[in-house]
Design a protein around this ligand. Structure first.
Ligand code: FAD
Length: 488
Protein backbone atom coordinates (compact mmCIF):
# COMPACT_ATOMS: atom_id res chain seq x y z
CA UNK A 1 0.00 0.00 0.00
CA UNK A 2 1.21 3.54 -0.72
CA UNK A 3 0.48 6.44 1.56
CA UNK A 4 -1.96 7.85 -1.04
CA UNK A 5 -3.98 4.62 -0.87
CA UNK A 6 -4.61 4.88 2.88
CA UNK A 7 -8.10 6.20 3.48
CA UNK A 8 -7.39 6.73 7.16
CA UNK A 9 -5.01 5.45 9.79
CA UNK A 10 -5.60 4.74 13.46
CA UNK A 11 -2.72 5.87 15.65
CA UNK A 12 -2.21 5.77 19.41
CA UNK A 13 -3.16 9.10 20.93
CA UNK A 14 -1.36 10.95 23.68
CA UNK A 15 -3.34 9.18 26.38
CA UNK A 16 -3.31 5.83 24.61
CA UNK A 17 -6.76 6.48 23.08
CA UNK A 18 -7.02 5.76 19.33
CA UNK A 19 -6.76 8.76 16.97
CA UNK A 20 -8.08 8.52 13.43
CA UNK A 21 -6.08 10.53 10.91
CA UNK A 22 -7.18 10.88 7.28
CA UNK A 23 -4.94 9.34 4.61
CA UNK A 24 -4.76 12.71 2.84
CA UNK A 25 -3.31 14.27 5.99
CA UNK A 26 -0.70 11.50 6.23
CA UNK A 27 0.12 11.97 2.53
CA UNK A 28 0.56 15.69 3.16
CA UNK A 29 2.99 14.92 6.00
CA UNK A 30 4.95 12.58 3.69
CA UNK A 31 5.10 15.17 0.88
CA UNK A 32 6.46 17.82 3.25
CA UNK A 33 9.42 15.70 4.36
CA UNK A 34 12.93 15.65 2.91
CA UNK A 35 13.29 12.30 4.67
CA UNK A 36 10.99 9.31 4.43
CA UNK A 37 7.76 8.15 5.96
CA UNK A 38 7.53 4.42 6.73
CA UNK A 39 4.81 2.16 8.13
CA UNK A 40 4.55 -1.60 8.82
CA UNK A 41 5.54 -3.45 5.67
CA UNK A 42 6.94 -0.42 3.89
CA UNK A 43 10.47 0.72 3.02
CA UNK A 44 12.85 0.97 5.92
CA UNK A 45 10.26 0.26 8.62
CA UNK A 46 11.97 -2.88 9.94
CA UNK A 47 15.44 -1.38 10.30
CA UNK A 48 14.02 1.85 11.77
CA UNK A 49 12.20 -0.07 14.51
CA UNK A 50 15.05 -2.42 15.44
CA UNK A 51 16.47 -1.34 18.80
CA UNK A 52 19.14 -2.62 21.16
CA UNK A 53 16.92 -4.37 23.74
CA UNK A 54 15.33 -7.46 22.17
CA UNK A 55 12.95 -7.66 25.13
CA UNK A 56 10.96 -4.66 23.90
CA UNK A 57 8.28 -5.23 21.26
CA UNK A 58 6.66 -2.00 20.17
CA UNK A 59 5.31 -1.24 16.72
CA UNK A 60 4.77 2.37 15.79
CA UNK A 61 2.04 2.94 13.18
CA UNK A 62 4.27 5.48 11.41
CA UNK A 63 7.98 6.22 11.34
CA UNK A 64 9.39 9.51 10.12
CA UNK A 65 13.01 9.05 9.07
CA UNK A 66 14.08 12.65 9.40
CA UNK A 67 16.75 14.26 7.24
CA UNK A 68 16.91 17.67 8.84
CA UNK A 69 15.52 19.99 11.50
CA UNK A 70 12.58 20.99 9.27
CA UNK A 71 11.46 17.35 9.13
CA UNK A 72 11.59 17.34 12.91
CA UNK A 73 9.49 20.51 13.12
CA UNK A 74 6.87 19.11 10.72
CA UNK A 75 6.66 15.87 12.67
CA UNK A 76 6.31 17.62 16.02
CA UNK A 77 3.59 19.87 14.60
CA UNK A 78 1.77 16.86 13.14
CA UNK A 79 1.79 14.97 16.45
CA UNK A 80 0.78 18.06 18.46
CA UNK A 81 -2.09 18.93 16.10
CA UNK A 82 -3.49 15.39 15.90
CA UNK A 83 -2.62 14.49 19.51
CA UNK A 84 -0.66 11.46 18.38
CA UNK A 85 1.86 9.73 20.64
CA UNK A 86 5.38 10.71 19.60
CA UNK A 87 8.60 8.88 20.39
CA UNK A 88 12.07 10.05 19.43
CA UNK A 89 14.77 7.65 18.36
CA UNK A 90 18.46 8.56 18.57
CA UNK A 91 20.70 5.49 18.82
CA UNK A 92 17.86 3.20 20.00
CA UNK A 93 19.88 2.07 23.04
CA UNK A 94 17.65 3.02 25.96
CA UNK A 95 17.01 -0.24 27.82
CA UNK A 96 13.30 0.60 28.28
CA UNK A 97 12.85 0.85 24.50
CA UNK A 98 11.88 4.51 24.77
CA UNK A 99 12.93 5.10 21.17
CA UNK A 100 9.72 3.44 19.96
CA UNK A 101 6.07 4.42 20.23
CA UNK A 102 3.60 1.57 20.45
CA UNK A 103 0.97 2.42 17.87
CA UNK A 104 1.88 6.11 17.51
CA UNK A 105 4.60 7.86 15.53
CA UNK A 106 8.34 7.31 15.94
CA UNK A 107 10.62 10.13 14.84
CA UNK A 108 13.80 8.36 13.78
CA UNK A 109 16.84 10.64 13.81
CA UNK A 110 19.39 7.92 13.08
CA UNK A 111 20.02 9.29 9.59
CA UNK A 112 21.15 12.69 10.94
CA UNK A 113 24.77 11.69 11.54
CA UNK A 114 26.80 14.76 10.70
CA UNK A 115 29.90 15.34 12.88
CA UNK A 116 31.85 18.54 12.47
CA UNK A 117 34.98 19.41 14.48
CA UNK A 118 35.70 23.12 14.90
CA UNK A 119 39.33 23.40 15.95
CA UNK A 120 39.14 27.17 16.54
CA UNK A 121 36.35 26.98 19.08
CA UNK A 122 37.30 23.51 20.43
CA UNK A 123 33.77 22.25 19.88
CA UNK A 124 32.30 19.30 18.01
CA UNK A 125 28.87 19.68 16.43
CA UNK A 126 27.02 16.40 16.53
CA UNK A 127 23.89 15.29 14.70
CA UNK A 128 21.22 13.52 16.81
CA UNK A 129 21.69 10.20 15.00
CA UNK A 130 25.39 9.85 15.82
CA UNK A 131 26.80 6.98 17.79
CA UNK A 132 29.61 7.52 20.27
CA UNK A 133 31.97 5.86 17.78
CA UNK A 134 31.09 8.40 15.07
CA UNK A 135 32.14 11.25 17.35
CA UNK A 136 35.24 9.63 18.85
CA UNK A 137 36.58 8.65 15.42
CA UNK A 138 36.12 12.20 14.11
CA UNK A 139 37.57 14.05 17.11
CA UNK A 140 40.49 11.65 17.65
CA UNK A 141 41.85 12.55 14.22
CA UNK A 142 42.89 15.76 16.00
CA UNK A 143 43.79 14.15 19.33
CA UNK A 144 40.60 15.55 20.88
CA UNK A 145 37.70 14.00 22.75
CA UNK A 146 34.55 14.87 24.64
CA UNK A 147 33.11 12.84 27.52
CA UNK A 148 31.10 9.91 26.13
CA UNK A 149 30.19 6.43 27.36
CA UNK A 150 31.84 3.00 27.33
CA UNK A 151 30.14 1.29 24.36
CA UNK A 152 30.68 2.80 20.92
CA UNK A 153 27.31 1.91 19.33
CA UNK A 154 25.32 3.87 21.95
CA UNK A 155 23.52 7.00 20.70
CA UNK A 156 25.06 10.34 21.65
CA UNK A 157 21.64 11.98 21.82
CA UNK A 158 19.97 9.90 24.51
CA UNK A 159 23.23 9.51 26.46
CA UNK A 160 23.82 13.27 26.54
CA UNK A 161 20.24 14.26 27.31
CA UNK A 162 20.11 11.88 30.28
CA UNK A 163 23.49 13.02 31.70
CA UNK A 164 26.21 10.79 30.31
CA UNK A 165 29.38 9.35 31.83
CA UNK A 166 32.43 7.41 30.67
CA UNK A 167 36.22 7.17 30.92
CA UNK A 168 36.65 10.97 30.89
CA UNK A 169 33.99 11.80 33.49
CA UNK A 170 36.46 11.98 36.35
CA UNK A 171 38.37 14.69 34.45
CA UNK A 172 35.55 16.68 32.88
CA UNK A 173 32.23 15.76 34.55
CA UNK A 174 28.96 14.42 33.14
CA UNK A 175 28.59 14.61 29.35
CA UNK A 176 26.07 17.43 29.89
CA UNK A 177 28.87 19.41 31.54
CA UNK A 178 30.56 19.40 28.11
CA UNK A 179 27.44 20.70 26.36
CA UNK A 180 27.86 24.25 25.03
CA UNK A 181 24.74 24.65 22.94
CA UNK A 182 21.83 22.76 21.41
CA UNK A 183 19.50 23.37 18.52
CA UNK A 184 16.11 22.13 19.67
CA UNK A 185 12.53 21.84 18.42
CA UNK A 186 10.08 22.50 21.24
CA UNK A 187 6.48 21.30 21.49
CA UNK A 188 5.13 24.38 19.67
CA UNK A 189 7.24 23.45 16.63
CA UNK A 190 9.75 26.31 17.08
CA UNK A 191 13.40 25.70 16.27
CA UNK A 192 15.52 27.36 18.98
CA UNK A 193 19.14 27.73 19.93
CA UNK A 194 19.75 27.20 23.60
CA UNK A 195 22.94 27.78 25.59
CA UNK A 196 24.10 29.53 28.76
CA UNK A 197 23.42 32.84 26.95
CA UNK A 198 20.35 32.02 24.84
CA UNK A 199 17.26 30.58 26.60
CA UNK A 200 19.43 29.56 29.57
CA UNK A 201 16.44 28.15 31.47
CA UNK A 202 15.73 25.73 28.66
CA UNK A 203 19.43 24.88 28.50
CA UNK A 204 19.43 24.10 32.22
CA UNK A 205 16.63 21.57 31.70
CA UNK A 206 18.01 20.04 28.51
CA UNK A 207 21.19 19.08 30.40
CA UNK A 208 19.81 15.95 32.04
CA UNK A 209 16.10 16.33 31.29
CA UNK A 210 16.15 13.22 29.09
CA UNK A 211 14.29 14.65 26.08
CA UNK A 212 11.41 15.99 28.17
CA UNK A 213 11.69 19.53 26.78
CA UNK A 214 12.03 19.00 23.03
CA UNK A 215 13.80 17.24 20.20
CA UNK A 216 17.46 18.19 19.91
CA UNK A 217 18.58 18.44 16.30
CA UNK A 218 22.21 19.35 17.00
CA UNK A 219 24.54 19.18 19.99
CA UNK A 220 27.71 21.29 20.42
CA UNK A 221 30.09 19.56 22.84
CA UNK A 222 33.38 20.89 24.22
CA UNK A 223 36.64 19.11 23.35
CA UNK A 224 39.87 18.40 25.24
CA UNK A 225 43.25 16.99 24.29
CA UNK A 226 43.02 13.24 24.91
CA UNK A 227 45.15 10.44 23.48
CA UNK A 228 45.25 9.41 20.72
CA UNK A 229 47.11 6.82 22.84
CA UNK A 230 45.98 5.83 26.30
CA UNK A 231 47.05 3.10 28.70
CA UNK A 232 44.04 0.90 29.13
CA UNK A 233 42.45 -2.52 29.05
CA UNK A 234 41.31 -5.08 31.58
CA UNK A 235 42.86 -7.27 34.30
CA UNK A 236 41.06 -10.28 35.77
CA UNK A 237 41.46 -12.37 38.93
CA UNK A 238 39.64 -15.53 40.10
CA UNK A 239 36.59 -15.04 42.33
CA UNK A 240 38.62 -16.27 45.31
CA UNK A 241 40.37 -12.89 45.14
CA UNK A 242 37.17 -10.87 44.79
CA UNK A 243 37.25 -9.32 48.27
CA UNK A 244 40.89 -8.31 48.06
CA UNK A 245 40.50 -6.92 44.52
CA UNK A 246 37.48 -4.87 45.59
CA UNK A 247 39.50 -3.61 48.52
CA UNK A 248 42.26 -2.64 46.09
CA UNK A 249 39.65 -0.95 43.87
CA UNK A 250 38.46 1.07 46.87
CA UNK A 251 42.01 2.04 47.88
CA UNK A 252 43.15 3.02 44.39
CA UNK A 253 40.00 4.98 43.56
CA UNK A 254 40.23 6.88 46.86
CA UNK A 255 43.33 8.72 45.67
CA UNK A 256 43.59 8.05 41.93
CA UNK A 257 44.53 10.94 39.64
CA UNK A 258 41.58 12.06 37.54
CA UNK A 259 43.27 10.71 34.42
CA UNK A 260 42.69 7.20 35.80
CA UNK A 261 39.24 5.62 35.59
CA UNK A 262 38.51 2.16 36.94
CA UNK A 263 35.42 0.00 36.81
CA UNK A 264 35.13 -3.26 38.78
CA UNK A 265 33.19 -6.05 37.08
CA UNK A 266 31.99 -9.21 38.86
CA UNK A 267 30.73 -11.93 36.53
CA UNK A 268 31.40 -15.36 35.06
CA UNK A 269 34.32 -15.26 32.63
CA UNK A 270 33.32 -14.95 28.98
CA UNK A 271 35.06 -17.22 26.44
CA UNK A 272 37.36 -14.37 25.49
CA UNK A 273 40.77 -15.09 23.94
CA UNK A 274 42.57 -12.86 26.46
CA UNK A 275 41.44 -15.15 29.31
CA UNK A 276 42.91 -18.65 29.85
CA UNK A 277 40.54 -21.31 28.49
CA UNK A 278 40.40 -23.04 31.88
CA UNK A 279 38.90 -19.88 33.38
CA UNK A 280 36.05 -19.58 30.88
CA UNK A 281 32.68 -19.81 32.63
CA UNK A 282 34.20 -19.49 36.11
CA UNK A 283 33.42 -16.53 38.38
CA UNK A 284 35.95 -13.71 38.14
CA UNK A 285 36.48 -10.15 39.22
CA UNK A 286 37.97 -7.79 36.64
CA UNK A 287 39.14 -4.20 36.66
CA UNK A 288 38.55 -2.22 33.48
CA UNK A 289 41.11 0.58 33.41
CA UNK A 290 41.76 3.63 31.30
CA UNK A 291 44.51 6.17 32.02
CA UNK A 292 44.28 9.12 29.65
CA UNK A 293 47.35 11.00 30.93
CA UNK A 294 51.02 10.59 29.99
CA UNK A 295 52.31 7.07 29.40
CA UNK A 296 54.83 7.42 32.26
CA UNK A 297 52.15 8.57 34.72
CA UNK A 298 49.95 5.70 33.59
CA UNK A 299 52.64 3.11 34.26
CA UNK A 300 53.07 4.44 37.80
CA UNK A 301 49.31 4.56 38.45
CA UNK A 302 48.72 1.03 37.17
CA UNK A 303 51.73 -0.58 38.91
CA UNK A 304 49.94 -1.51 42.18
CA UNK A 305 47.00 -2.94 40.24
CA UNK A 306 49.15 -5.08 37.98
CA UNK A 307 51.17 -6.31 40.97
CA UNK A 308 48.13 -7.35 42.99
CA UNK A 309 48.16 -11.09 43.75
CA UNK A 310 48.33 -13.22 40.59
CA UNK A 311 45.91 -12.07 37.92
CA UNK A 312 44.41 -14.70 35.64
CA UNK A 313 45.17 -12.35 32.76
CA UNK A 314 46.42 -8.82 32.23
CA UNK A 315 45.23 -7.32 28.95
CA UNK A 316 46.28 -3.75 29.68
CA UNK A 317 48.71 -1.78 27.55
CA UNK A 318 49.10 1.19 25.29
CA UNK A 319 46.34 1.43 22.69
CA UNK A 320 44.32 4.10 20.94
CA UNK A 321 41.55 5.84 22.79
CA UNK A 322 39.17 4.82 19.97
CA UNK A 323 40.08 1.15 20.53
CA UNK A 324 39.44 1.46 24.24
CA UNK A 325 36.09 3.15 23.57
CA UNK A 326 34.89 0.03 21.76
CA UNK A 327 36.62 -2.62 23.90
CA UNK A 328 33.38 -3.50 25.69
CA UNK A 329 31.12 -3.46 22.60
CA UNK A 330 31.12 -7.26 22.30
CA UNK A 331 29.85 -7.65 25.87
CA UNK A 332 26.61 -5.77 25.05
CA UNK A 333 25.16 -7.41 21.95
CA UNK A 334 22.09 -5.87 20.37
CA UNK A 335 18.98 -8.03 20.15
CA UNK A 336 19.40 -10.03 23.38
CA UNK A 337 16.98 -9.59 26.24
CA UNK A 338 18.52 -7.04 28.60
CA UNK A 339 17.45 -6.10 32.12
CA UNK A 340 19.27 -3.72 34.52
CA UNK A 341 19.01 -1.81 37.75
CA UNK A 342 21.27 1.00 38.84
CA UNK A 343 22.10 3.25 41.78
CA UNK A 344 24.57 6.05 42.35
CA UNK A 345 26.75 5.41 45.41
CA UNK A 346 28.49 7.95 47.66
CA UNK A 347 31.23 5.52 48.73
CA UNK A 348 32.13 1.83 48.95
CA UNK A 349 31.55 0.62 52.48
CA UNK A 350 32.52 -2.85 53.73
CA UNK A 351 28.95 -4.09 53.77
CA UNK A 352 28.40 -3.11 50.14
CA UNK A 353 31.56 -4.92 49.07
CA UNK A 354 30.40 -8.08 50.92
CA UNK A 355 27.02 -7.78 49.26
CA UNK A 356 28.40 -7.70 45.73
CA UNK A 357 30.74 -10.64 46.40
CA UNK A 358 27.75 -12.64 47.75
CA UNK A 359 25.77 -11.85 44.62
CA UNK A 360 28.65 -13.10 42.45
CA UNK A 361 28.40 -16.47 44.23
CA UNK A 362 24.67 -16.62 43.39
CA UNK A 363 25.14 -15.71 39.73
CA UNK A 364 24.20 -18.69 37.56
CA UNK A 365 24.25 -16.98 34.20
CA UNK A 366 27.04 -16.62 31.65
CA UNK A 367 26.35 -12.94 31.08
CA UNK A 368 24.96 -11.42 34.29
CA UNK A 369 27.23 -8.94 35.97
CA UNK A 370 27.61 -6.29 38.62
CA UNK A 371 29.65 -3.26 37.62
CA UNK A 372 30.96 -0.52 39.88
CA UNK A 373 32.05 2.53 37.87
CA UNK A 374 34.23 5.14 39.53
CA UNK A 375 32.91 8.57 38.52
CA UNK A 376 34.06 10.91 41.33
CA UNK A 377 36.00 14.01 40.33
CA UNK A 378 34.98 16.94 38.17
CA UNK A 379 31.25 16.25 38.45
CA UNK A 380 31.37 16.77 42.23
CA UNK A 381 32.99 20.20 41.90
CA UNK A 382 30.00 21.86 40.21
CA UNK A 383 27.00 23.17 42.14
CA UNK A 384 24.30 20.57 42.88
CA UNK A 385 21.80 22.55 40.78
CA UNK A 386 24.17 23.42 37.91
CA UNK A 387 21.76 21.65 35.56
CA UNK A 388 18.88 19.17 35.66
CA UNK A 389 21.14 16.12 35.83
CA UNK A 390 22.04 16.70 39.49
CA UNK A 391 23.54 13.66 41.23
CA UNK A 392 26.61 15.71 42.15
CA UNK A 393 27.09 13.56 45.25
CA UNK A 394 27.81 10.42 43.23
CA UNK A 395 31.24 8.82 43.60
CA UNK A 396 30.38 5.49 41.95
CA UNK A 397 27.63 4.17 39.72
CA UNK A 398 26.52 0.60 40.37
CA UNK A 399 24.80 -1.40 37.70
CA UNK A 400 23.33 -4.88 38.07
CA UNK A 401 22.83 -6.34 34.65
CA UNK A 402 21.39 -9.48 33.03
CA UNK A 403 21.33 -10.48 29.38
CA UNK A 404 19.91 -13.61 27.84
CA UNK A 405 18.58 -14.97 24.60
CA UNK A 406 14.80 -14.84 24.28
CA UNK A 407 14.82 -18.62 23.81
CA UNK A 408 16.62 -19.27 27.14
CA UNK A 409 14.07 -20.75 29.57
CA UNK A 410 16.26 -19.64 32.50
CA UNK A 411 15.87 -15.99 31.44
CA UNK A 412 13.25 -15.10 34.07
CA UNK A 413 15.66 -16.42 36.74
CA UNK A 414 18.35 -14.03 35.55
CA UNK A 415 15.84 -11.21 35.80
CA UNK A 416 15.11 -12.25 39.41
CA UNK A 417 18.85 -12.31 40.18
CA UNK A 418 19.05 -8.66 39.10
CA UNK A 419 16.16 -7.78 41.40
CA UNK A 420 17.75 -9.57 44.37
CA UNK A 421 21.20 -8.10 43.80
CA UNK A 422 19.76 -4.62 43.32
CA UNK A 423 17.69 -4.85 46.52
CA UNK A 424 20.90 -5.74 48.37
CA UNK A 425 22.83 -2.80 46.87
CA UNK A 426 20.03 -0.25 47.24
CA UNK A 427 20.55 0.63 50.93
CA UNK A 428 24.00 1.94 49.95
CA UNK A 429 22.69 4.38 47.34
CA UNK A 430 22.96 8.17 47.41
CA UNK A 431 19.19 7.95 46.85
CA UNK A 432 19.75 8.92 43.22
CA UNK A 433 19.80 6.75 40.15
CA UNK A 434 20.43 7.26 36.45
CA UNK A 435 17.44 7.90 34.14
CA UNK A 436 19.44 6.45 31.25
CA UNK A 437 19.63 3.09 33.03
CA UNK A 438 15.97 2.87 34.10
CA UNK A 439 14.05 -0.15 32.84
CA UNK A 440 10.45 -0.02 31.63
CA UNK A 441 9.10 -1.40 34.91
CA UNK A 442 10.55 1.37 37.12
CA UNK A 443 7.76 3.32 38.83
CA UNK A 444 7.50 7.11 38.48
CA UNK A 445 9.00 7.70 41.91
CA UNK A 446 12.30 6.31 40.58
CA UNK A 447 12.39 9.21 38.12
CA UNK A 448 11.61 11.65 40.92
CA UNK A 449 14.48 10.07 42.89
CA UNK A 450 16.79 10.16 39.86
CA UNK A 451 16.50 13.95 39.72
CA UNK A 452 16.16 14.58 43.44
CA UNK A 453 16.41 18.30 44.14
CA UNK A 454 16.30 19.30 40.46
CA UNK A 455 12.97 17.53 39.78
CA UNK A 456 10.68 20.39 40.75
CA UNK A 457 12.44 22.96 38.56
CA UNK A 458 12.43 20.52 35.66
CA UNK A 459 8.68 19.98 36.08
CA UNK A 460 8.18 23.77 36.06
CA UNK A 461 10.18 24.06 32.82
CA UNK A 462 8.11 21.25 31.38
CA UNK A 463 4.98 23.30 32.09
CA UNK A 464 6.56 26.22 30.20
CA UNK A 465 7.94 24.40 27.18
CA UNK A 466 5.69 21.33 26.90
CA UNK A 467 2.48 22.02 28.84
CA UNK A 468 0.59 19.29 26.96
CA UNK A 469 3.30 16.70 27.70
CA UNK A 470 3.82 15.89 24.02
CA UNK A 471 7.29 14.53 24.82
CA UNK A 472 6.20 11.74 27.12
CA UNK A 473 7.81 8.59 25.71
CA UNK A 474 10.83 9.03 27.97
CA UNK A 475 11.46 8.86 31.71
CA UNK A 476 8.68 11.33 31.97
CA UNK A 477 8.58 14.46 34.08
CA UNK A 478 4.97 15.62 33.74
CA UNK A 479 4.41 19.38 33.72
CA UNK A 480 3.69 20.98 37.07
CA UNK A 481 1.14 21.42 38.54
CA UNK A 482 -0.09 18.07 37.18
CA UNK A 483 2.88 16.22 38.63
CA UNK A 484 3.53 18.08 41.91
CA UNK A 485 5.07 15.10 43.68
CA UNK A 486 5.38 15.41 47.42
CA UNK A 487 9.13 15.72 47.79
CA UNK A 488 8.91 15.89 51.56
P1 FAD B 1 17.33 6.10 22.39
O1 FAD B 1 16.78 4.80 22.89
O2 FAD B 1 17.29 6.36 20.95
O3 FAD B 1 16.65 7.30 23.16
C1 FAD B 1 16.62 7.35 24.56
C2 FAD B 1 15.74 8.48 25.07
O4 FAD B 1 16.26 9.72 24.64
C3 FAD B 1 14.32 8.41 24.55
O5 FAD B 1 13.43 8.84 25.54
C4 FAD B 1 14.32 9.37 23.41
O6 FAD B 1 13.07 9.92 23.18
C5 FAD B 1 15.31 10.42 23.87
N1 FAD B 1 15.98 11.03 22.73
C6 FAD B 1 16.85 10.44 21.88
N2 FAD B 1 17.29 11.32 21.00
C7 FAD B 1 16.70 12.50 21.29
C8 FAD B 1 16.76 13.80 20.74
N3 FAD B 1 17.54 14.09 19.71
N4 FAD B 1 16.01 14.77 21.28
C9 FAD B 1 15.21 14.52 22.35
N5 FAD B 1 15.11 13.31 22.91
C10 FAD B 1 15.85 12.32 22.38
N6 FAD B 1 25.13 5.67 29.48
C11 FAD B 1 26.19 6.36 29.94
O7 FAD B 1 26.04 7.48 30.42
N7 FAD B 1 27.45 5.84 29.88
C12 FAD B 1 27.69 4.62 29.34
O8 FAD B 1 28.82 4.20 29.30
C13 FAD B 1 26.59 3.89 28.82
N8 FAD B 1 26.79 2.68 28.25
C14 FAD B 1 25.73 2.04 27.68
C15 FAD B 1 25.95 0.83 27.02
C16 FAD B 1 24.90 0.17 26.43
C17 FAD B 1 25.15 -1.12 25.71
C18 FAD B 1 23.60 0.69 26.51
C19 FAD B 1 22.46 -0.05 25.91
C20 FAD B 1 23.37 1.88 27.17
C21 FAD B 1 24.43 2.56 27.76
N9 FAD B 1 24.24 3.75 28.43
C22 FAD B 1 25.30 4.45 28.92
C23 FAD B 1 22.90 4.29 28.62
C24 FAD B 1 22.59 5.26 27.51
O9 FAD B 1 23.02 6.54 27.93
C25 FAD B 1 21.09 5.27 27.22
O10 FAD B 1 20.71 4.01 26.77
C26 FAD B 1 20.73 6.34 26.20
O11 FAD B 1 19.33 6.47 26.22
C27 FAD B 1 21.19 5.96 24.82
O12 FAD B 1 20.87 6.96 23.90
P2 FAD B 1 20.22 6.57 22.49
O13 FAD B 1 20.19 7.81 21.68
O14 FAD B 1 20.91 5.39 21.94
O15 FAD B 1 18.78 6.14 23.00
Amino acid sequence: MTVEQMSRLTLAGLDGDPREVAGTTIAQLARGLSGELAWPGSGEYTSATRIWNGMVHRRPALVVRASDAVDVQRTVEFCAEHEVELSVRGGGHHIAGLALSDGGLTLDLSGMRLVSVDLDSGVVEVGPGCTLGDVDRATQQYGLATTLGFVSQTGVAGLTLGGGFGYLTRRFGWTVDELQQVEIVTADGSLRQSSLRESPDLFWGVRGGGGNLGVVTEFALGLHSVGPQVTAGVIAWPAADASSVLDLFRQVTASAPRELTLAAVLRNAPPAPWLPTAAHGTPIVALVVCHSGSLADAEAALAPIRAHRRPLADATGVKTYVEQQSMLDGTQPAGLHHYWKSEFLPALDDDLLHVVVDQLRDNVSAANQIVLFHVAGALNTRPADACAMGNRDAAYACMVQASWSGADPAGPGYHDWVQRAWEAVRPHSTGGNYVNFQTGDEPDDRTVAAYGDTYRRLADLKATYDPGNLFRVNRNVPPRPASVPDLG
